[in-house]
Design a protein around this ligand. Sequence first.
Ligand code: NAD
Ligand code: 6OD
Length: 495
Amino acid sequence: MATRAREIAPEVRELSNYVGGRFEATGSLFDDIMPVNGAPVARVHEADEALVDAAVEAARGAFEGAWRPLPVAERCALLHRVADGIEARFDEFLAAEVADTGKPAQVARQIDIPRGAANFRLFADLFKTAGTDCFEMDTPDGRGALNYSVREPHGVVGVIAPWNLPLLLLTWKVAPALASGNTVIAKPSEETPATATLLAEVMDAAGVPPGVFNLVHGFGPDSAGEWLSRHPGIDALTFTGESRTGAAIMRAAADTVKPLSFELGGKNAAVIFADADFEAAIEGTTRSVFANCGQVCLCSERVYVERPIFERFVEALKAQAEALVPADPWDEACTLGPLISAEHRAKVLGYYDLARDEGAEVVTGGGVRRFGDARDSGSYVEPTIWTGLDDSARAAREEIFGPVCHIAPFDAEDEAVARANDSDYGLATAVWTRDLSRAHRVARRIQAGICWVNCWFLRDLRTPFGGVKLSGIGREGGLHSLNFYAEQKNICVKL
Ligand code: NAD
Ligand code: 6OD
């Protein structure tokens, strides 16, 4: 968690809230820390409860007075201008995201920032073309009736976002919420407030009417996150983050019975059959375990490998892990960033110790590498691979969210499926095989919202995205998002 109100150098910039079309530089300050070296990069104004109330009021006024009455074509054109604005300030977004997360700049350049713009374009275009149901029915008098449904926005939507893909995941929710005609109050993670603040500037410059997009900075409990969750003026809430936080939000939101969309944690399995394209499976599993330093909800932390290739696979993945380069994120050679914070590093290292206590054999990593430079004050950990854990071990069952996996051998398809499904979570699975029938069969039997076959994190933004079990509630993506951000109302006309 970011530290509150620390003494820092005066040249460090301040990040404001954005409410009713005004940048509000009020409220106590907390530090935005760079995970590469532990130094502050910004001071952030924490919204107090009165400012959250003001944001809700501004969003309500803008919903009724400006956004809902706007013709759909104009609304969608404005969202394209937001995408243009992100692209025009691409380098600033990139610098802000890299400073806040420490992720390799080449990754943020190829994925995070382009997706920030693409999310607005996708949902603006989709809303203009999305159809709804229409049914003709018979009536006893023979005249018949016509049913058609229309999409009605909820009103004011709260968006609470995590730190791992800050701009990508925030805009993944803000864009469809706005395209559907809602106004929005967004709360980015306290760890990564910078690109959300730039987004507010882009909204402002694009001419999005005051109050349509509001930004409040802060924390979870007893701060903006909790206040938004229980606010009676928030009509729907979308949340991405830990499953435990989702449960807390659900409790806070219960009294106001608002629609909730939850994208939560995972303990994802990769299943590699002996007939897989070995090199492709190694390359894909390297990404699915170590991408973003293991801080992607879709990352594989449990890897099941068919016994004939088990030892070769372990050796090859070990070599890949040891070849990762924890350089300066702006160095094109960098392939491994730090964890997001010292607090998160302590959690991950706690699991490194726990796994040893639970009997893991450490294939590689398991600790902290010393660099002899500023990175030693950052949140780096060694990429780590274990074998030898029982499936019941906590390190093999609980989400760690770091650059780590456990690899276990299996002997039969049924066994692999049963062990992959033996989890409280159900977000994503990657299956590697050349046998097409088996690929389909296993994919159908896997208990998860997403099953990749011979690939990982290949995204078509129109597809349903979400998890089962502790991994979430609902689906977003394409029309699935529109179905969350608007209620369909049926209109029945007697002819
Ligand atoms: P987190 O749950 O700690 O925080 C997420 C957001 O919730 C932050 O903005 C935080 O301030 C806020 N928050 C925290 N406590 C709150 C409370 N009691 N009430 C309201 N808001 C509260 O998650 P994180 O550490 O930022 O992100 C990592 C987690 O997110 C991992 O578990 C990861 O799997 C999950 N995640 C899931 C997906 C997905 O699509 N399923 C995507 C990304 C991340
Ligand atoms: O690509 C996406 O749209 C998405 N929601 C990715 C989630 C990644 C989780 O960390």
